[in-house]
Design a protein around this ligand. Sequence first.
Ligand SMILES: [Zn+2]
Length: 249
Amino acid sequence: MKFRRFTVLSLQTVVAFAALGGSAFSLVWLEQRQAAVALPKESLWDEVAPLVVVDAGHGGHDGGAVANGVTEKNLSLDIANRLKKELEATGLRVLMTRRGDSFLSLDERAALAGAHEADAFVSVHLNTDGEGSAAEGIETYFAETKSLSARQRPGMGEGADFAAVVQRLVCGSTQAENRGIKARDYAVVARAACPAVLVECGFITSARESVRLKQAGYRDQVASGIARGVVLFLQTRVATPAVIAAVAK
Ligand SMILES: [Zn+2]
């Protein structure tokens, strides 16, 4: 896939991130430059933009977690729809695993990535802890071990980088507590044949965070933070040595 060049500042951000191999060190640098990674308005991609699969967790008879008047399947779909809008606004193509209140197995969700040759996969969930728990914040999961079928496509092994950049930007956008990235071989991320993350967008069991999550404006911040992470990740994957050399001059 080809990508257009965009603003020099954003390009420098991307190139520096890529040049440092997406390491923790480069993320510190990225954090310092967060103001510089506002998405440019012009299209970032060539005619065939990358495809992102957006997966709203649960659905149908599987409601997911329920707490503080919130049902996970409804909130995950709402955030997923906002994420779809944000991603499409940057010119990316988006495929939703579900558009309504329907049930899909984890395998069916993951299989969509392979069937449509997706470039990235994002699963949206809400977290829970014990009743009355004060635990809150956002955490992003990636698979350490991809399933055999998912490994057949090139470009694997980037889950940790993808999770790191999404986590950093969604926490920056929401000011939520940063609970970090975690390796866990959840079926949807392990079986998706592309870089995949699962974002736990906050604790519905937290009295404080559930109030925030009920606000549309806050859900917009969650969606836009994830979207920025996805865009930045997709851009870093294609920063070539030639581009790096040109910008480093
Ligand atoms: Zn869930």
